[in-house]
Write a protein that binds this ligand. Structure first.
Ligand code: FES
Length: 116
């Protein structure tokens, strides 16, 4: 499942479907993708935490996981394991890095809260 974030709302597409949306659907809306989340020199706390926790295996699912986690932490800055699992329910990771993903999201949450 691919994911992008537009004006705080997620846009999900079924696995294998195009991420394309018609222009009128996104006109005058902010669209955030993984490319805009951070940079190599100044990564978003989620990106830094995923590296530090070695949460990515093949990386196939990381776009959907990172953008879903971005929305989650925007809405809930201190999510529980259950809330993280519920948020990521529709994002498939075939590598089984779920425990590391949860650890990384909680790591990022602590970093974001420390900076606030
Ligand atoms: S890291 Fe490979 S599918 Fe999630």
């Amino acid at each position: 499942m691919c994911e992008c974030v537009g004006s705080g709302a997620r846009s999900r597409r079924p696995r294998g479907a195009s991420l394309l949306q018609s222009s009128p659907d996104v006109a005058n809306k902010n669209i955030q993708t993984l490319d805009g989340l951070g940079t190599a020199n100044t990564p978003h706390p989620l990106q830094a935490a995923f590296v530090e926790e070695q949460a990515a295996q093949c990386g196939y699912c990381m776009n959907g996981i990172l953008m879903t986690a971005t929305v989650l932490l925007d809405k809930n800055p201190n999510p529980s394991d259950a809330e993280i699992k519920r948020a990521l329910d529709q994002v498939l990771c075939r590598c089984g890095s779920h425990l590391r993903v949860i650890r990384a999201i909680k790591h990022a949450a602590r970093t974001i809260q420390a900076r606030a």
